[in-house]
Design a protein around this ligand. Sequence first.
Ligand code: HEM
Length: 467
Amino acid sequence: MRQPELWRAHRRLCETYGDVVHLSMFGEHFIVLGSQQAIFDLLDKQSAATSDRPQNPLIKLCGQGFNFGLYPYGQWWRRHRRVFSQYIPLTVPEEQLLIQHEYATLFLRKLLTDPVALCDHIRYVFSATIVKIMYGVQVANDGDPSVALIIRTLDGLKALLSGQMLVQYLPILRHVPMWVPVLGTQLRQLAEWRAAADEVKQVLFSKTQDDLVQGRENTSVLGRSLQELDEKKGDVNLAEEHLVAMNTCITAFEGAAETTFSTIQGFFLAMSLNRDVQKKAQVELDSVVGPHRLPEYRDRASLPYVDAVLKESLRWHNVAPFGLLHCAGEDVEYRGYFIPKGTTFMSNVWACMHDPEVYANPDRFLPDRFIRDGKLDPEVRDPSDFVFGFGRRICPGRAFAEAQMFDIIAMVLHVFEITPPLDEHGHPIDIEPRVGGTFLLYPEDCRCTLKPRSAQAEALFSGKRSS
Ligand code: HEM
């Protein structure tokens, strides 16, 4: 579990022992799933029995007790998921697309004025969009203290997904006194994350509630949800429903923030390393969208190559190599094996996304693999069927995520040239694509140089006129 590049280690394991491998650690059972067949058979087809999540005291210790993505399978999880799907449906509503587009345009402006702070701007665009949609709160800019506060809630989640916290494996360690070296520091850190998460959850909730009390318009997810609950207040347990709404909104923020941030970091890296891909996408954008406007999400069907760039971004830099862990909520039988209730499934999504039998040269960024006769080829394995997870726990924000990432990718390619970063003498720096992390991966270095493609392209978003 603590091997570097665990996804490669698991692939080697499956090459030796087959695509369903049992591991045991501290008395816990783990099943490594190494093929599309095994993953779909267990997590999709037997979803009623395999949609539980492994429970662990670390979830609450690091302040993530509100995150319904980590809840056990059951009624309480179902209530949250229902609220989420009611307000973030799979057909993304027009008003949400508009907010995504508005923030994406702001993102272009930020890239123009301060291209070196690329990662801060990526962080900003995804965090600010989801906060606006969920709470109706306008996050002013990258330096806004509320962004820093919100981002602190993610530290607890990231620690949980890093697999590096000792209490995760030996829960008894949580009773160790704070002065014990290493462990004490980890426990203190956990307490800070808990406090940050509680504060953010409460602060954002109160801001929306305050708008409603003061009679200010707030059409956000939380705003509408609170108003609808208010109308039904005699018939429902209002405190409980408020808690569900509060948890759902902050979970949406957490689900959205890191995954999209890391995918788009990977996209910028891929573009600076693959100028030919960029050129092809730009030829398509120039002919379909033209020089007088920015692309929008509704152009997606007419931009198959740009769509292929999104698919390849999701595949090449596979953010969550094991998705989120599932666990057997009851005993399961598969290929004659008995899998007891409580067993954790580790599906090697990364191996499916880097299978050379399916994707030739899997380490290369080649959107053309998805194209046949100028259209998306339905015969090629679609990364979206893997990277968003499986069965009843499949990512409910996948349509929202794809819409926002497509919009950003199309807009960036339409107006910017992306090239490798330069050293102090103006020479290009060679970036070796590497990732860090275990359950959530980030490119180690995605520096690049960004320049508007032309004065006309710049005028589309900067407010300046082209001469
Ligand atoms: C690149 C973008 C994204 C990727 C790769 C991604 C991936 C995933 C994966 C792998 C899971 C676990 C699925 C499983 O258990 O099988 C998940 C769950 C979840 N995601 Fe996403 N996600 C993305 C964006 C988003 C966005 C934008 C939102 C919110 C708007 C979101 C909200 C959630 C929630 C709430 C869950 C928990 C679902 C549950 O346990 O029932 N995700 N996501």
